[in-house]
Design a protein around this ligand. Structure first.
Ligand code: AMP
Ligand code: ZN
Length: 274
């Protein structure tokens, strides 16, 4: 199936979004989120973009430049979150402080950045009038790597909240997140982005040095798209069973008030050691 058809089919099958909703696309400046924004706009959805400027030197400057170009070309409103202005420092400084003071062992760069980005996106999405869903550019390779990593860790339950759409979360402070590229292979996104000549920063984040993910990526490199799709079929079958057993109740973080399953959310747990 062609990329555009695959994305349309995923949106339809999982009821990801509809044309009456306001859809906020989380833009990193990379190919995946750029392609997902381009497609949703092409399909006629009401989209706006949001970018978290992580202030990772030249890398972040280039991302921002490409995103501004994209939003100008596509005539899309762009919301910007400047991490230095809002949190006092850039991602590298925040991350290193967390890592140097965390006594339980090294937390991976991407894990810290991922928790903070999710927290920021949820908070910002609520501030922007009328946002119904947040879109991210996660694709088949990201998702199958994560799924396999969780299995190798012996914790398939960690995948329970994965899937093209966040589920079981009935909380007005939690904005639904969707992944329209969930079943699209990374190589096809790359090809499509080049065909459409979209403004993209093709350089990867200089801080993305998660050795475990790199190892899994290498392990999966020669697997066909079909095999990766089949892996995620297992996930589809398992996920309902896992999430049925999982406590889906949400409460609010004692520190920041954001929704969480614990007393204190993951972001505040990390930041409290700074
Ligand atoms: P990553 O966690 O870097 O693999 O990115 C996964 C998805 O998160 C991307 O496809 C984007 O949708 C979103 N994302 C990553 N970085 C940013 C950022 N700096 N600002 C906004 N969204 C982002
Ligand atoms: Zn919190």
């Amino acid at each position: 199936m062609k990329l555009e058809e695959k994305v349309k089919a995923t949106i339809k099958k999982y009821k990801l979004c509809n044309k009456k909703q306001k859809i906020l696309v989380a833009l990193s400046g990379g190919k995946d989120s750029t392609v997902v924004l381009y497609l949703l706009k092409k399909f006629g959805y009401n989209v706006e973009g949001i970018h978290i400027d992580l202030k990772i030197g030249k890398y972040s400057e280039k991302c921002l430049e490409k995103i501004k170009e994209l939003c100008r070309e596509q005539k899309i409103k762009l919301h910007l979150y400047d991490i230095k202005k809002e949190m006092g420092s850039g991602m590298c400084y925040i991350r290193t402080s967390i890592q140097s003071k965390n006594k339980k062992g090294q937390i991976k760069n991407c894990a810290i950045c991922g928790v903070l980005k999710k927290w920021i996106l949820n908070k910002c999405a609520k501030k922007i009038r009328g946002v119904d869903v947040i879109v991210t550019g996660h694709h088949l390779d990201d998702e199958s790597q994560t799924f396999l990593m969780n299995i190798f860790k012996g914790s398939p339950k960690l995948s329970a909240n994965s899937g093209p759409k966040t589920k079981n979360i009935l909380n007005k402070k939690f904005v639904t997140r969707i992944k329209p590229l969930f079943y699209v292979a990374e190589k096809d996104i790359l090809k499509y982005s080049k065909e459409k000549k979209l403004p993209i920063n093709y350089a990867g984040c200089p801080c993305a040095i998660d050795s475990y993910r790199i190892q899994i990526r290498e392990f999966m490199r020669n697997l066909s798209t079909k095999k990766k799709e089949n892996l995620m079929k297992n996930f589809d079958d398992m996920s309902e069973k896992i999430s049925k057993n999982k406590d889906s109740r949400m409460s609010y973080c004692d520190i920041c008030g954001e929704p969480t399953r614990n007393k204190v959310c993951k972001k505040c747990q990390l930041m409290s050691v700074c």
